[in-house]
Write a protein that binds this ligand. Structure first.
Ligand code: HEM
Length: 397
């Protein structure tokens, strides 16, 4: 099976694994890839690629793409330890091979794109049902445990239908307005937590490991949005099952890398596959517990107020109440949404702060913009965002 994988996609934590700009099937994608190279790359990018000298606009096929041989790639991953540092390997490979290169492992072939224009071109040619990585590794887990697929594991028409359901009240930018109060509440707790950490630091004003703090903030916020429940990530001491959930996400991602690159026959022999499944099982049981709790609440409301007296409180309630999703389907989809919303958000915030810290001028301009729209003591509302173009630009950047 051949795939076109995109580097530069925000989902670098799943490089080669779950990168969402991934296609399979030789015929049309091969043709697309060929078209992309000459048309999409700026002159400086094409010139970097060996064999693509100035004026050489000839489309190349898979067999002509540069890249490490199978053995070398295997050695880099497992002997040199890049399996847990794929981002470093991507940087090295881009420097060596240019913005488009190929790697092969087992029966899989990956074409890496390390250029925004190339990625843009791949994404712009998508039809109604975009073709993505088949997420075999994730599906293996769902199939083994009899769980429903979510938006990342479904494909084609079924994916489309699921997205029609999930998009309501969630995956469209305007719908974010629904969650302003929920987010403001979590932000208040986050600010209190930061104040606490600063107070406890040696200098009295430092927050150790802000990326970690943002992870806790994002997880708290997304759980509150999805499950309508606070899970205690911003408390001084994180509750035990929340801690177990956080650890299981790391466990699943780390071991999924080994499981991707090692042949299937090693699964019962080496510890990685079992750890990978254990990680997922904890993630799903966390989601299931939340959903079961919500179902109990809905049942209790029905008993006391009758069907017309039930107030839709949030996303999960909306999905379950209108029978948009069965509880079984909700566990599959919400667990994947949970995976989608946490480190994407926290990494984006961390990088935004990093870049702001390096540009005092932009930092000051941003502060001025924000306090100009929302003076101290006033609670920000969704409508305020429309008056903060610089904030939007900073986050997009
Ligand atoms: C700054 C934060 C985020 C970034 C940078 C980000 C980035 C991305 C990217 C690059 C994709 C792949 C797009 C594609 O395949 O066409 C994606 C897909 C997705 N994201 Fe996000 N995301 C973020 C936050 C969130 C949040 C908060 C949620 C909600 C829980 C979410 C839910 C999803 C879902 C469900 C998909 C899969 C779409 C599908 O294939 O049906 N993301 N995201």
């Amino acid at each position: 099976m051949d795939r076109i994988a995109a580097l530069g996609c925000a989902r670098l934590r799943w490089p080669l694994l779950g990168s969402r700009v991934v296609c399979f099937g030789l015929g049309p994608h091969r043709a697309r890839a060929k078209a992309s190279i000459s048309k999409a790359l700026p002159a400086t990018e094409t010139a970097e690629a060996p064999g693509t000298g100035p004026g050489d606009r000839r489309p190349r096929g898979l067999e002509e793409l540069p890249g490490p041989g199978k053995l070398r790639f295997f050695f880099q991953l497992l002997m040199q330890g890049y399996v847990l540092h794929l981002h470093h390997l991507q940087v090295l490979n881009k420097a060596k091979y240019g913005p488009m290169w190929i790697t092969r492992i087992g029966s899989q072939t990956y074409v890496h794109l390390a250029s925004a224009p190339l990625l843009e071109q791949v994404m712009r040619q998508e039809g109604k049902y975009p073709i993505r990585d088949d997420m075999d590794l994730w599906k293996d887990h769902r199939d083994q445990q009899g769980l429903a697929y979510g938006p990342f594991t479904m494909q084609g028409q079924r994916w489309y239908e699921l997205r029609q359901v999930l998009n309501q009240r969630m995956l469209k930018p305007d719908e974010a307005a629904l969650y302003a109060d929920v987010l403001n509440e979590v932000i208040d707790s986050f600010m209190a937590r930061l104040k606490q950490l600063r107070g406890e630091s040696a200098s009295g004003d430092q927050v150790p490991d802000i990326a970690h703090q943002f992870y806790h903030f994002s997880l708290e916020a997304i759980c509150y949005i999805l499950f309508e429940k606070r899970i205690g990530c911003l408390e001084r001491s994180t509750p035990q099952d929340t801690k177990a959930f956080i650890n299981s996400v790391g466990l699943m991602f780390r071991n999924s890398l080994y499981a991707t690159f090692l042949p299937k026959w090693t699964r019962p022999l080496l510890p990685f596959w079992k750890r990978y499944l254990d990680g997922w099982n904890t993630i799903f049981s966390f989601g299931k517990k939340m959903i079961d709790q919500k179902l109990k609440d809905i049942e209790a409301q029905l008993q006391t107020a009758g069907p017309d007296g039930v107030q839709i409180s949030g996303y999960l309630h909306f999905l379950l109440n209108g029978r948009q999703l069965s509880p079984h389907e909700a566990v599959g989809s919400l667990s994947e949404l949970l995976m989608a919303g946490v480190d994407t958000t926290s990494n984006t915030l961390t990088w935004a702060l990093y870049h702001l810290s390096k540009s005092l001028k932009i930092q000051e301009a941003l502060h001025e913009e924000v306090v100009g729209v929302v003076p101290a003591g006033q609670v920000p509302q969704h409508k305020d965002l429309a008056h903060m173009p610089l904030l939007k630009a900073v986050l997009k950047e």
